[in-house]
Design a protein around this ligand. Sequence first.
Ligand SMILES: Cc1ncc(COP(=O)(O)O)c(C=O)c1O
Length: 398
Amino acid sequence: MFSTITREFYTSQLQQLNATKQRRQCTTYEPLDSTHVRLEGRTYLMMASNNYLGLTHHPSVIASAQEAITAYGTGSGGARLTSGTYPLLPQLETQLACFKESERALVFNTGYMANVGTISGLLTKGDYILSDALNHASIIDGCRLSGATIKVYEHNNCEHLESLLKALPTTGKRLIVTDGVFSMDGDIAPLPDLITLAKRYEALLMVDDAHATGVIGQGRGTAHYFNCSQDVDIQLGTLSKALGSEGGFVCANELLIDTLINRSRSFIFSTALIPAAIGAAQQSLTLLANDTSLYTQLQHNIDYMTQALLRQGIAVTHKTTTTGLVHDYQPTPIFPIIVGSAEKALQLSQQLFEKGIILTAIRPPTVPQGASRLRLTVTAAHQESDLQYVADTLGQLI
Ligand SMILES: Cc1ncc(COP(=O)(O)O)c(C=O)c1O
């Protein structure tokens, strides 16, 4: 029963979020193309999406989604293991395995479900998970659901990770798990060092390439970027960001994929992805594998934005120092502009909105207290004039 006490609980919880500027709301925008949206008759420039290659509106990707619907209908009708495996799914999995230089792939309905289902499907009570402090929420949830003991290592700190590995008992399986490109910071995991530790301490290594697929390593992700695909046990990704579709995937050897088909609850107990999503992802992958121009354009735009922000004196962590000199340059499209308080981030986001730019304020609990930010993302579809306008406007406001 929805009692007064229950109502008061939820009301007070929302009021508390209001008071700390952490309350969230969904805003409905009408997408016009991959970089513009409309709201109440006004057009805005989208600088907050993960549509890194602009593929959501690519004519051939749209056509492929439409063909998939025409051939196989609007829904899959059931879970993969009951009624849902129509031919496009294994075709896409073959394509993904080849793209990621892996033995085999398995498609999930979202990247979130891929993380939750993979980690909880492979690890259990008595096992150990070593997880980077800035890993995505879906990794954290997968770790919790597995029942394994979770050890969190300081962000990208391999010395700390090794000290935790050294202290583990000899029983149980071990998994080191990291974002490839970190979702809120845009920096890259030190994969070669993680591989060394995984080998030394006999741990499985899993990389979440949600923000690396289509983005680094010729679009093939973090392992390809470091030229070490054969040494990463599990490469996870999503179809929903650079690939312009919806869904998640895992690439690994036959044994691990077969285990997931039998043990991963988010895979087993959910209706298979719809044909339109698979058709779109197939064509996005085809484009990415055969045509380097989108990837090159994204890299150009990342570089352009880095320089434009630098000229405005805006320091972007991992791309600039506070003196404004580029050091440790990392070619990712995520620019975290850290402003501190949630209030300040919201205020800037609103000012940018008034200037026709959508740049969402990212606040706790997504990022730590005091590290609220604007998470600026650049795509291949942005024009240089768009990027310049955003950098100039930020320069005036910050
Ligand atoms: C690092 C990371 N992993 C996984 C996901 C989840 O992917 P999806 O949006 O496809 O569920 C996200 C999405 O925000 C992410 O940033």
